[in-house]
Design a protein around this ligand. Structure first.
Ligand SMILES: C[S@@+](CC[C@H](N)C(=O)[O-])C[C@H]1O[C@@H](n2cnc3c(N)ncnc32)[C@H](O)[C@@H]1O
Length: 239
């Protein structure tokens, strides 16, 4: 069972209330599709919310989404109908036997966390040597000069938000460790109604500090290209 299984049923309710700007991200990805990069791989496709927007903007794209959580993929499959390929796999060691023009992670397996002037690399539960292996594996799935797009997020913060049908979402962050390379937090998600907990999940997330992120990306075979003009993604190119 993956970490997201516990909150799958409530994930869309939260995400469609403005948690991420899927339309803005899809427009940014589509700018690369319009340049002829049509084979797209989404790392951590979740319930397919970004993919749905891409399908509307660029139905001609050849889309593949990978996720480790089967309950999230079930929802993605219903959402996308016949469009695209969905594969249950761990991005760190997947072997899809094909290459793509673009790999994109939107709040997915890796993200860029903007923290003041620093842009750290956010990851899910893995340690740095695994990240190097995982990102090297992503590079292996890209064609020559293929691009890796990592979505830009802020820092994880404590907050509470009212959702439709009387459900209250809250998230709580606890710092659990830090050294000069990495800072680790526990992030707990709660969905409650009338004071009763409907679902909850705690994830271990990390911020790999900017200097270390740059080292890791290089070791994995990526060169930083730019921050996309939409301000939605850091763009890396396979070396
Ligand atoms: C925050 S969700 C983002 C989902 C989606 N990209 C979106 O924007 O709504 C993170 C997703 O990454 C998936 N994930 C985490 N680690 C993974 C791994 N190692 N391999 C594949 N998927 C993973 C989780 O199962 C979850 O669906």
């Amino acid at each position: 069972m993956s970490e997201y299984t516990g909150i799958t049923d409530y994930y869309d309710l939260l995400m469609t209330q403005g948690y991420y700007d899927y339309e803005g991200m899809a427009i940014a990805v589509n700018s690369f599709i319009k340049d002829g990069r049509k084979k797209i791989l989404e790392l951590g496709v979740g319930t397919g919310l970004l993919a749905e927007k891409l399908k509307a903007l660029a139905p001609e794209a050849e889309f593949t989404g990978v996720d480790i959580t089967s309950s999230m993929l079930d929802i993605a499959r219903k959402r996308l109908g016949e469009w695209g390929k969905l594969i249950e796999a761990d991005v760190y060691n997947m072997d899809l036997e094909e290459t793509f023009d673009i790999a994109v992670s939107s709040g997915g397996v890796w993200v860029i966390n903007q923290r003041g002037d620093r842009t750290d690399l956010g990851n899910h539960t893995n340690e740095i040597p695994q990240d190097i292996k995982g990102l090297t594996n992503v590079a292996k799935h890209l064609c020559q000069e293929g691009l890796l797009l990592l979505s830009i997020q802020g820092e994880h913060k404590n907050y509470q938000k009212n959702l439709p049908t009387g459900i209250v979402y809250s998230q709580e962050i606890e710092k659990i460790g830090e050294n000069d390379e990495i800072e680790s937090i526990e992030k707990s998600y709660f969905f409650k109604k009338d004071g009763e907990t409907l679902a909850q999940q705690t994830l271990n997330l990390n911020y790999i500090k900017q200097w270390k992120k740059e080292e890791i990306m290089e070791q994995a075979g990526f060169t930083f290209v730019s921050i996309h003009e939409s301000q939605k993604f850091h763009v890396y190119k396979k070396q």
